[in-house]
Design a binder for this molecule. Sequence first.
Ligand SMILES: Cc1cc2nc3c(=O)[nH]c(=O)nc-3n(C[C@H](O)[C@H](O)[C@H](O)COP(=O)(O)OP(=O)(O)OC[C@H]3O[C@@H](n4cnc5c(N)ncnc54)[C@H](O)[C@@H]3O)c2cc1C
Length: 463
Amino acid sequence: MTKRAVIIGAGIAGLAAAYRLQLEGLRSPEELEIYLLEERAAAGGKVRTIHHEAGTLEEGPGSFLTPGPALKELISISGVELIQASDEAARRFLCHERSLHELSPNPWKLFKTGLLTASAIFRIIAESWVGKRRSDHGNRPTDGWGDESVEAFLTRRFGPKAARLFATPMVSGVFAGDPRKLSLKACFPKIAAMEAEHGSLIKAMRSRRQAGAPLPLLQAPKAGMQSLPDALIERAPFKVRLSTSVTQLSIAGNSWKLKLRGQDALDADAIVIATPCASASELLREISPAASLALSKVSSPHLAVVNLIYAEDEAQRVPLGFGALHTADSGTDLLGVLHESHIFPQRRSDGCLHLRVMLGGATRPDLGGLSDEALLQAVVRDLQTIHGLKASPTATHITRWNQSIPQYQLGHSRLLEDMSQALEASKTPPIALAGNYLRGVSLSDTAAAGFEGADSIIQQLKG
Ligand SMILES: Cc1cc2nc3c(=O)[nH]c(=O)nc-3n(C[C@H](O)[C@H](O)[C@H](O)COP(=O)(O)OP(=O)(O)OC[C@H]3O[C@@H](n4cnc5c(N)ncnc54)[C@H](O)[C@@H]3O)c2cc1C
């Protein structure tokens, strides 16, 4: 008899789960009918591109590093053409006390920047001799599961001055988070593994270089990020229902009943919840209160993304490069500035300068309360200060993400463990979760979580 699997949410995680179920599932459409439901009128979730008269503007992610296997498979299925970031995008800057400093992976070059005292730089170089962390106790923030905050980790390995300088930029670019609260192990498992394996990050990086490990490539679909989910929907071999919101889940015997807003309910033998964490928590409330409670503890702060276009005459004021991350002492309201027209110059033939600014996040919730006008004023003022931009932008666009990126705070792994155990104890029909709160927030990790969710459903259906 045909089984029906329903995936709730058509972000990258949901799309990945749907394709994986289709490709690896019961291998016959007669055996498995797949529905992908999405409450918005378009798929992609956080992946959103506006084709504005001023150019291609990204509201969410703007690129990805060399894709992992799951994202690579989705890209290949979609047929979208990718572009590579320019060589100039390898240049990265730090904004500290209202001025820009070019970064180099070589710690000796820090002497030239004047960002740190000589003793603080020697403390960085001495990282090779700092032993591995032995105890989970002491006065560092720890949850008893061997968890350590990003800031505590950097302080331990590189000293307090370097930690103060680099902790905020390190977490802003990926999580828009607070380094005092985020878990190093959950947010940056590869860095934790580098310490565990080599005893030092400097030694681990040296060993990678000696092994000739390739540097990750920064890429994006030529037609904008949204072209990826759009193409996946266009080619979907499964049933897609956009503008379809699941409002409640219940169990009837061995199957699921999905209540839909303004539409007839849908039955399913298996479900994948591929929504943001807060919606997953809502949907699980009656099914598994304990799993729902665990997920409700994962916060996602407000984040504003401001796209700005400046006329060609202003372009030379901004140094060629990927952009700048802002330190805790940047003296600005900004988390970071991406030089979009430098990263992907293929997208701009008019010579204009396209900047994309992020502000808000876990450390500046107050900015979420600003009006669009006040937000824009703050951004334009800070860009004037940093770059000496004289003219006003010719076009701007503000996007507000009320729930932007899940914060993997201290104890995140334990929360996920509690959630899994509670869900298993609820003895529901087949269910899996997929999303960016599970194994990483990047598009690659999110797609991988979608594949894992699908694999779990296949196991449960076969079992
Ligand atoms: C501003 C910003 C910049 C970023 N930059 C990058 C970057 O440069 N590179 C990178 O790799 N990653 C980046 N990320 C992270 C990445 O974009 C996200 O982690 C990823 O897209 C999340 O995918 P998802 O499928 O888990 O969730 P979402 O994309 O949030 O998708 C979930 C979907 O579920 C739907 N949904 C919710 N509830 C229901 C319901 N009840 N019924 C039906 N549908 C429902 C939603 O409408 C949504 O479409 C960025 C994120 C943000 C916010």
